[in-house]
Design a protein around this ligand. Sequence first.
Ligand SMILES: NC(=O)c1ccc[n+]([C@@H]2O[C@H](COP(=O)([O-])OP(=O)(O)OC[C@H]3O[C@@H](n4cnc5c(N)ncnc54)[C@H](OP(=O)(O)O)[C@@H]3O)[C@@H](O)[C@H]2O)c1
Length: 85
Amino acid sequence: MTKIYTFTGTGYIGGSVLTRLLEHPNVNSFQITTLVRSPEKAEKLKSLGVNAVIGSLLELDKVEKLASEADVVFATVGMSIVLLR
Ligand SMILES: NC(=O)c1ccc[n+]([C@@H]2O[C@H](COP(=O)([O-])OP(=O)(O)OC[C@H]3O[C@@H](n4cnc5c(N)ncnc54)[C@H](OP(=O)(O)O)[C@@H]3O)[C@@H](O)[C@H]2O)c1
């Protein structure tokens, strides 16, 4: 099982990455995790088989933990979002 973490699973780039991953022929060997702010969006992603963790990119401990546990990380949001907080 390949553990994949995308910083976000919504938005233009994050959603595009997630869509491609879910359409991938090897999707059954992926364990996909993403961070989501909205509980409603999290529920939709969970219905697609995505491990949607509720949280913000401003929670750096959470981001670091999710990234460190993954084999592959897609940084789908510029980290300026964090630096500008
Ligand atoms: N689109 C482009 O053509 C393009 C080109 C070059 C660079 N970029 C850069 O790529 C990045 C993503 O662009 P995009 O077009 O995908 O933007 P977008 O459609 O506005 O999506 C932004 C994503 O970031 C999430 N987000 C924002 N603040 C967050 C926070 N505090 N915690 C958790 N998630 C947060 C949003 O989640 P919610 O669903 O909760 O809002 C959404 O998933 C940006 O840094 C942008 O500058 C984009």
